[in-house]
Design a protein around this ligand. Structure first.
Ligand SMILES: [Cu+2]
Length: 281
């Protein structure tokens, strides 16, 4: 085993305290000896590509009863976040599904192309004690012949539907160390973009590591908005947006590697997803 004392202790901390979570590569998270949450009645495992499909599941508590009580309030750290990423990190789906009174969660999703997809369910239960959130994982498949695309290299400018995301002087990035990416976002006419809150934040920064698909998630909130800080072990990060068209995005990832950042924000009534490849040492 290459992993000795210190890194293992860190992994345990990450599992217990992760603000928006790090993937352990398993299908369930064990918190202590007795508290195990798991996915139940997850359906379907295979979907059609390019067609809306109903994805449905229940989160079971350690007692076996469905989890029905979730965090509410301002900020993005509430309820259930459903994130589905293609295994080559070429596509992402991000939803905050409604939760039925019986704990059943159903959401319509469209997987754009054939391939394997990793489902990350980031759960914010309303519980007493230190557990803030945890993740559950599943693989699903969109039927058909998958064409995996290699991850493109880092590019400082990404254009989505005519909106330009420009990364200014990106800093060197290191695992477990928070850093900030400063972006300018302009509309197709060149004017600064105005961000509308979406799923409790002005922008969502969803990170997946190439290959292992480790996961982390930070947010950009407006001044005074609470419940926006992401935690990784003892480290915290909060993004800010001080002027129209400007985002300061917190980067905080658990391990080195090549990561794909999916930066999502709502501008002019549409949700934009700007992907960036980042090298973290
Ligand atoms: Cu988010």
């Amino acid at each position: 085993m290459k992993r000795a004392g210190a890194p293992f202790a860190l992994v345990v901390l990450v599992l217990l305290l992760a603000g928006c979570g790090a993937s352990a590569g398993t299908q369930q998270i064990t918190v202590g000896a007795a508290r195990t949450f798991r996915l139940a009645q997850f359906t379907p495992r295979t979907l059609r590509a390019g067609k809306p499909e109903q994805l449905s599941f229940t989160i079971e508590q350690p007692s076996g009863a469905p989890l029905t009580s979730y965090r509410t309030g301002p900020g993005p750290h509430t309820g259930v976040h459903l994130i589905i990423v293609r295994s080559d990190l070429g596509a992402i789906v991000h939803k905050h599904p409604p939760i039925g009174a019986d704990g059943r969660i159903t959401e319509e999703v469209t997987l754009p192309t054939p391939g394997r997809y990793r489902v990350v369910i980031d759960v914010y239960p309303r519980l007493s004690g230190p557990l803030r959130n945890f993740q559950l994982f599943r693989w699903i498949t969109a039927a058909g012949k998958a064409v995996a695309r290699p991850l493109p290299p880092f590019r400082p400018t990404v254009t989505v539907a005519g909106y330009r995301f420009v990364l200014n002087q990106p800093p060197a990035l290191h695992a477990i160390r928070p850093a900030f990416l400063r972006l300018n976002v302009t509309r197709p006419d060149g004017a600064p973009a105005t961000f509308t809150p979406w799923f409790g934040a002005l922008a969502h920064a969803i990170f997946f590591r190439s290959g292992s698909l480790d996961y982390f998630h930070t947010h950009v909130c407006s001044a005074g908005m609470t419940g926006c800080t992401s935690i990784l072990g003892p480290t915290r990060v909060t993004g800010t947006a001080t002027r129209p068209g400007q985002l300061r995005v917190g980067v905080l990832v658990p391990v080195p590697g090549t990561w794909r950042l999916f930066l999502q924000c709502k501008v002019d009534g549409r949700v934009l997803t700007a992907p960036f490849t980042l090298i973290v040492r």
